[in-house]
Design a protein. Structure first.
Length: 257
């Protein structure tokens, strides 16, 4: 019984620590001209030097963090940037927009048959209303803050990784680097990609939601056309490959160098 209470107490302290780190992110709601809105969280460098420009990371969350609470999107990945060591070592701006409950970043709705059979991602689908709002929010942020336009990075997990690759394809001159964790894409898009974005893919080899073949094929497609791309596969990891990805020794180092 004592051990049980100890575990509960440790979890309580951990949740307090995470909450405190997430408080570093301010809350905002982007509203477009048609009154469509999207909640987001925003992290700024602790100290900004005059006339200096900083990198920006756009992070797109997975399906499990959808909603309108403006909290859940930080559940996986928020403290990667806000923990005190990384915040001192990698001063940057970070955007975490939130996709509505029941919606889907890269498509109007989640594919009914999922990702285990045929690739459900069309090559020429129009941009979704949700990603359009993300791009407008990004553009407004770039115009407002001292951000280096040559150091704009995008990353995402699961649904957000699919959206990451969608955004890079649609806006090939915007992102210097892209990180896809357990994501998927239309392979023809990767073969045709003309931008200079550097890619890194992470995937678990026993992923039972989005099979690992999606990242393997995307890596091969980009590599075949001479693009700068890296791939890291986790042996024995299922869909939540973001846990080992975030703990990769050079996860942030690669992103910011």
């Amino acid at each position: 019984m004592k051990n049980r209470y100890l575990i509960i107490f440790i979890i309580f302290l951990y949740s307090i620590s995470i909450s405190a780190q997430n408080e570093a992110y301010t809350k905002g709601v982007y509203v477009d001209k048609q009154k469509n809105s999207m909640p987001y969280r925003f992290l700024q460098p602790k100290k900004m030097e005059k006339d200096k420009k900083y990198p920006l990371v756009l992070f797109l969350h997975g399906a499990g963090e959808r909603g309108n609470d403006n909290e859940s999107q930080l559940r996986n990945g928020g403290t990667v940037f806000s923990n005190p060591v990384n915040r001192d070592k990698y001063p940057c701006f970070v955007l975490f927009p939130q996709c509505p409950e029941g919606a889907y970043w890269p498509l109007e709705k989640r594919p009914e048959k999922g990702y285990k059979s045929d690739n459900p991602l069309p090559k020429d689908a129009p941009i979704t209303s949700h990603l359009r709002l993300v791009k407008e929010l990004l553009d407004e942020t770039l115009a407002t803050y001292p951000i280096d336009p040559k150091r704009v990075y995008i990353m995402g997990i699961s649904m957000g990784a699919i959206a990451t690759l969608d955004m890079v394809y649609r806006f090939p001159d915007t992102f210097a680097k892209a990180v896809s964790i357990c994501g998927a894409t239309n392979i023809e898009r990767m073969r045709e990609f003309k931008g200079k974005t550097k890619f890194r893919f992470y995937h678990g080899d026993i992923d039972d939601v989005i099979p690992v073949t999606y990242s393997r094929e995307a890596y091969e497609a980009l590599k075949s056309t001479g693009k700068k791309v890296e791939y890291i596969e986790f042996y024995g990891a299922n869909h939540n490959a973001w846990h080992p990805a975030f703990n990769t020794k050079d996860f942030l180092e690669w992103s910011f160098r």
